[in-house]
Ligand binder design. Sequence first.
Ligand code: NAD
Ligand code: DAU
Length: 354
Amino acid sequence: MVNESKTILITGGAGFIGSHVVRLFVTKYPQYRIVNGDALTYAGNLGNLKDIESAPNYVFEKADIIDGPRIQELFVRYKFDAVIHLAAESHVDRSIMDPLAFVRTNVLGTANLLHIAGNAWKGNYTGKLFYHVSTDEVYGSLGDTGFFTEETPYDPRSPYSASKASSDHFVMAWHHTYGLPVILSNCSNNYGSNHFPEKLIPLMINNILNNKPLPVYGKGDNVRDWLFVDDHARAIDTIFHKGRVGEKYNIGGFNEWKNIDIVNLLCSVMDKKLGRSPGESAKLITYVTDRPGHDHRYAIDATKLNKELGWKPSLQFEEGLERTVDWYLGHQDWVKQVTSGDYRKYYDEQYHKR
Ligand code: NAD
Ligand code: DAU
């Protein structure tokens, strides 16, 4: 019931997708109290939420999901009705460099949250919900045809996707074993504002702008299925309010692109915006050593979500991409802030060996 007041813990709310989810819930549901619990790792940035930070129904709590006493204290203080769990290590390339960091946060952190929520709500699960936000990467890698459905067996192939698959299994285990009310969603690649520039689209925008090489892994023929981040946030809102407990829902935009085609599209959009001659930015494209174990293709079948709950994406990719480019061009202060420190060290390690 959307009219009831609720207190919701949103983990990872200072990150890319989390900040869009926090903003949507804070502005759309003034009757809810939204507690953003985030450890503020390199990927967390409170600057993403400047516009809503003083809203009366919003609170930020710096908290690491692995830290049992701290999470327990938050459950006692706020008496959460629900958790929307987005906090994670999210970058595949970093998971190849430092896999245990992914086990720590994505597996142990999720189990810790489940354990504390289960104990806090034990004996009365009425009105309670643990919503776990996951990824299509748990399903593995597709050939040139076919789609991932909710029934596709899990086949994760990177330390990142293995850690997310593991977290999904723990969520379902808490449901089957202890009756915890859970919902899970698995979404395809997101893009949009506030996306950390270590991921394909914002990294390419930043490098085109700065006339730096555009590192395309392998032949650039890997395929991803792209969804505008606000459409993912809307899907989470829909599933949170209308989804069936114990179910999982795929989220995606039926919008597949080869990496090289996206990079070329970005180059032509940015040539126009930057007043460069056609083809100038594309000269920066540089093929580099492939990502180890690089999944060939992801493609989500989101029919269940559409048929059962009526959600569909709102935006065409070309329009979303242009809006995204405009956001980055207009927010160079944000980019400068997040590309200092840890990011520079990561960038040197990741790309100078290639
Ligand atoms: P992100 O890396 O931008 O943000 C992650 C957030 O989690 C950051 O604010 C970070 O500070 C926080 N965090 C990390 N470790 C933490 C810890 N131990 N305790 C508390 N907070 C911690 O990630 P994102 O791209 O916004 O992804 C959010 C979620 O959505 C993740 O669970 C990810 O697996 C999932 N997902 C992402 C995509 C995508 O395309 N980005 C697609 C599908 C699903
Ligand atoms: O599918 C959902 C997943 O999408 C999320 O669960 C992850 O959190 C998110 O990071 C994303 O994973 P990918 O590995 O697909 O995204 P990334 O932006 O890292 O890469 C997209 C594609 O582009 C992939 O095929 C690798 C390629 N790539 C990436 C980078 C960073 C390049 O060719 N060059 C690059 O420099």
